[in-house]
Ligand binder design. Structure first.
Ligand SMILES: Cc1cc2nc3c(=O)[nH]c(=O)nc-3n(C[C@H](O)[C@H](O)[C@H](O)COP(=O)(O)OP(=O)(O)OC[C@H]3O[C@@H](n4cnc5c(N)ncnc54)[C@H](O)[C@@H]3O)c2cc1C
Length: 449
């Protein structure tokens, strides 16, 4: 179906959690808008994650403020399909104007007049504003060191589904963040020989003194941290809600049968070469773990919280042999490794957004999501306004800020001075509103839901 050229005040691109949150705030404030989603609502939770994935945070935390999960215990970890269902239900709750199956292909600023022209897979739209809600994790990244070896199956964690998908044999999982750790654990439990390549990481306790780490990060103000501490750009976080949730301890993974190796440096003729910093990475992870316990204890003492003490949480077991005498290299064929899973993260892709909203390195340039190009907004990016920005609970608050900004801008643009008011024969308010309302009407005729 091809749509005629039409117009809307605010166009939101993407209907993941960010797009849904944005739509809720815009609806509440009466801003005419349309959300375009190229696939389905919360598509990445359905098809961009492995089968057994559950949320990393408990259901009481990893949700929006105005709706609880229907069938998930608040302290449990919602399976990924239920996370997607949650956002579908949320969008229905306020009748979000979301149109699925429409891809935004190009956005350009209009010359000599306000707003943007947007090319979509179903026609052209004009909008005064565009909110870019296309995700913090868009394009899976496999680093250039990946071997050109056709006998090896290599996939990114975004394409990993379950152990049965990989050919018989051992697996090298590269990346010690939440994805790498959970996938390595699942593969080992399915009977695979697993090597896990571990770089710099944080590994907060799943829970401490009866409170989940999400709670501790909340009360300690860590989710609200506005800037990443210097030098932490390559530090991943290793947490898991799998099997009811547990603290990620790399030693436990090793005792279970996984061979830990250092950061993967290169490949040479079928041999993987590792950095020799595995013990250091594990020790740094321990430091991070213990520092959260310290901060939690200090907070509990200062506030007189009656939470059960948990001294055993401070017992760090001895390093296993794979840490004390780490492998420097691994001949993959000899070790029976037939697959590599690259849990090496994602990049952003704004190739469709041809506006002046980027810095010289191509990174979005914005202040709390308000881009340097007036009328363009970014939402859902890591550290958009703070540490929680790319997570479920955090994006809702960023969306609120952006919606408020849009309302303020609409007010400025709806201003008419005295002579204009007289010339138009109407009040400032009614003149502004009438034009925007007619735009909504046009779009709703397209059957945006
Ligand atoms: C493995 C994994 C586990 C995670 N677990 C958690 C967790 O437990 N808790 C938590 O809070 N966070 C978690 N996150 C982080 C974050 O919540 C998710 O990445 C989440 O999907 C981000 O939501 P979003 O709406 O910002 O982006 P996305 O979910 O990526 O949604 C963006 C949407 O935009 C659409 N789109 C993209 N380009 C276009 C276009 N040009 N035109 C139209 N539509 C377009 C996509 O189809 C997609 O549906 C996890 C991330 C990963 C990778």
């Amino acid at each position: 179906m091809t749509v005629e050229t039409t117009s809307i005040d605010t166009l939101v691109v993407g209907a993941g959690q960010a797009g849904v949150a944005m739509s809720e705030h815009l609806s509440r404030l009466g801003v005419p808008h349309l959300v375009l989603e190229r696939a389905r609502i919360a598509e990445r939770w359905r098809t961009g994650r492995w089968d057994s994935l559950v949320a990393n945070g408990p259901a009481w935390h990893d949700r929006f403020p105005n709706l609880e999960f229907a069938d998930v215990d608040p302290d449990a970890f919602a399976p990924k399909e239920q996370v997607a269902d949650y956002f579908v239900a949320y969008a229905k709750k306020f009748d979000a104007p979301i149109r699925t199956g429409v891809e935004v292909k190009n956005v350009v600023r209009n010359a000599g007049r306000q707003g943007f022209t947007i090319e979509t897979s179903e026609g052209t739209i004009e909008a005064n504003r565009v909110v870019v809600a296309t995700g913090p994790f868009q394009r899976p990244v496999i680093p250039p060191i990946a071997p050109q070896d056709s006998s090896l199956t290599q996939i990114h964690s975004a394409d990993y589904r379950n152990p049965g998908q990989l050919p018989e044999g051992g697996v090298l999982v590269i990346g010690g963040g939440s994805s790498g750790v959970q996938i390595a654990d699942e593969l080992q439990r399915a009977g695979r020989r697993v090597y896990l390549s571990v770089g710099a990481h944080d590994r907060p306790p799943r829970a401490y003194r009866g409170r989940d780490f999400c709670w501790w990060l909340g009360v300690l103000g860590e989710w609200d941290a506005e800037v990443m501490k210097p030098g932490r750009e390559h530090v991943t976080i290793a947490v898991s809600g799998a099997r009811g949730g547990h603290t990620v301890d790399f030693r436990r993974l090793a005792n279970q049968g996984i061979t830990l190796v250092g950061l993967t440096k290169s490949f040479d003729n079928g041999v993987a070469i590792f950095e020799t910093n595995l013990a250091e990475n594990i020790a740094r992870g321990d430091e991070n773990y213990l520092s959260l316990l310290d901060a939690a204890d200090a907070y509990a003492a200062r506030n007189g919280l009656d939470l059960p003490e948990e001294p055993e949480a401070r017992i760090i077991p001895a390093d296993p042999e794979c840490v004390t005498q780490p492998l420097h290299d691994l001949d993959l064929a000899k070790a029976g490794v037939t697959s590599i899973v690259w849990a090496t993260g994602y990049a952003l892709d704004f190739s469709w957004l041809n506006v002046d909203a980027f810095d010289e390195k191509g990174k979005p340039k914005h202040q709390r999501g308000v881009a340097k190009e007036p009328g363009i907004y970014f939402l859902g990016l890591p550290w958009l306004s703070r540490r929680g920005s790319a997570f479920i609970w955090g994006v809702w608050h960023d969306a609120k800020h952006i919606a408020d900004h849009i309302v303020t801008q609409r007010k400025y643009l709806a201003y008419y001075d005295d002579s204009q008011r007289h010339a138009q024969g109407g009040s400032e308010e009614s003149t502004g509103n009438t034009s925007h309302d007619s735009r909504v009407h046009k779009v709703s005729e397209l059957g945006v839901n």
